[in-house]
Structure formats: structure tokens, C-alpha cells
Design a protein around this ligand. Structure first.
Ligand code: CTP
Ligand code: CA
Length: 229
């Protein structure tokens, strides 16, 4: 039994999990968004609660039932997610960035609904880059706490394999652990199952078996607990 084996190994810990996908509004009715459902983030929250943690979830546009016992803070945009993550992370023992923040946002928000031009010319949308929350959380840390975990959905390409891309991303972000999903087959979004590889900043590589997101969540916390001791 999974619960018996792990017990209350997160008791007395505050863990913060981001979940879902951010939206960047163009006008009052339209936004740029992504397909992240929040399932993995909520599974992480539920697993941490089962292991005794105090859990804060910063949820970006998640429509799933709330994880019982978690403190849920709702946000919409990447900038709101960033502000709430910094607030919650300040006294956290571990932070997991399972959310998918939009990398870019429209340079301006138009107060009134954008109309089609009579001449049929398509509007140009100018984008500016959003802050990298994970990089900021790592930079804001003054000790080895909190343990910081990132996620990466990668595809292999002509320049590098999934793992090579992920190793480079882990180094860029500076976090302790990176959960890597191979999305080449395009089957992760919105699914109950997930398979992943966990890369450690110490060079470790842990392959997780294909299984439900709850099982993956527990394996991620196992690695976090190992680094908290
Ligand atoms: N992330 C973040 N802030 C952003 C973008 C991403 O904190 N503005 C976090 C995600 O929550 C995830 C990790 O960084 O934990 C990796 O996200 P990913 O989109 O794979 O990384 P990017 O640096 O945006 O790279 P890419 O160009 O591949 O999208
Ligand atoms: Ca991105």
C-alpha cells in the first residue's frame, strides 16, 4: 500500500503547487491560452495532503474539483500566477511548478471588443515575453529551501533528443528537479495517465513507469522528501 509506505513524511511541511494554464487576454472576450488541464498539479496537491503537508495550490483556470484540504488561490494570467507564487513560496519547503504559464502576452489589452476591419485585413497581435516564474523562484531563494521542481513537456527534434533538451532546460532554470514528459506522441494533455523521467540537478535520472497522475505525483514527492531530509 502506497500510503502505508510513505506515511506522513510531509507532516509539518508547507508545499506549494501551481496548476493549470494561464490566459492572456487580448480584449474582454478573447485570450491566448493553452491546453493544460491542471490534473497533474491537483494530483500533486492531493498526494501531498495525504502525506501530511500543508498545501497551497495556485490554480490557473482549472475547472476540476478542488483538492480537499488544500488552500486554493485562483489566478488567470502569468503575471498573477507569478505574484501569488512568490507570496506562497516565501515560507515554503517545496515548490512545484506544474502549471503551464503562457510564455507571451499581448503587448496591450484593448478595453473594447476588437472588431473586424471592413476591408477584411487581419489584425496584428504584438506579443511581449512573460516573466519566467521558475527562474525567478530559484533566484529569490536564499538557502536550499524551498526545494524547487519544474515540469517540461518536450519533443525530440533534429538538434537534440527529449532528454538532451530537458537537461539543457534544467540547467537554464536552475531548479533542483525537472519532471520531463515526452509529448512527441501528443498524448499527455488532459489524460489521466502520465509517464515521465525525473532529472536531478545532481545528475540523477529516474524513470517513472507509465501510470496514473496520482502515482507520478507520489514519486515526485518521494524525490522531494529525499532532498528535504
Ligand atoms: N515556467 C515558468 N514561467 C514561465 C514559463 C515556464 O515558471 N514563464 C515553468 C513551467 O511551469 C515549467 C517549466 O518552467 O515548470 C518549464 O516550462 P516550459 O514551457 O517547458 O519552459 P520554457 O522555458 O517556457 O521553454 P519552451 O520554450 O520550451 O516553452
Ligand atoms: Ca513555455
Amino acid at each position: 500500500n502506497v500510503m502505508a509506505a510513505r506515511g506522513q513524511d510531509l507532516a509539518g511541511r508547507h508545499v506549494v503547487v501551481s496548476a493549470g494554464g494561464t490566459r492572456e487576454f487580448l480584449d474582454p472576450v478573447r485570450y491566448l491560452g493553452n491546453r493544460s488541464s491542471g490534473r497533474q498539479g491537483f494530483a500533486l496537491a492531493e498526494a501531498a495532503i495525504a502525506r501530511g503537508a500543508r498545501v497551497t495550490v495556485v490554480a490557473a483556470n482549472v475547472t476540476l474539483p478542488r483538492p480537499a484540504g488544500a488552500h486554493v488561490v485562483d489566478v488567470v494570467s502569468t503575471q498573477e500566477l507569478r505574484d501569488q507564487m512568490h507570496l506562497a513560496a516565501s515560507d515554503a519547503d517545496a515548490v512545484v511548478m506544474a502549471a503551464a504559464p503562457a510564455d507571451f502576452r499581448p503587448a496591450e489589452f484593448v478595453d473594447a471588443k476588437i472588431k473586424k476591419a471592413p476591408d477584411g485585413v487581419a489584425p496584428q497581435i504584438h506579443l511581449v515575453e512573460n516573466p519566467d516564474i521558475l527562474v525567478e523562484l530559484v533566484a529569490a531563494r536564499t538557502s536550499k529551501r524551498p526545494v524547487i521542481v519544474g515540469f517540461a513537456a518536450e519533443t525530440g527534434d533534429a538538434t537534440a533528443s527529449v532528454i538532451e533538451h530537458a537537461r539543457a532546460k534544467l540547467a537554464r532554470k536552475g531548479c533542483d528537479l525537472l519532471v520531463v514528459n515526452d509529448v512527441s506522441a501528443g498524448k499527455v494533455f488532459g489524460q489521466d495517465d502520465n509517464e515521465a523521467v525525473l532529472l536531478g540537478a545532481d545528475g540523477s535520472v529516474t524513470e517513472f513507469a507509465h501510470g496514473p497522475k496520482s502515482a507520478l505525483a507520489h514519486q515526485i514527492w518521494d524525490a522531494v522528501v529525499h532532498r528535504l531530509d
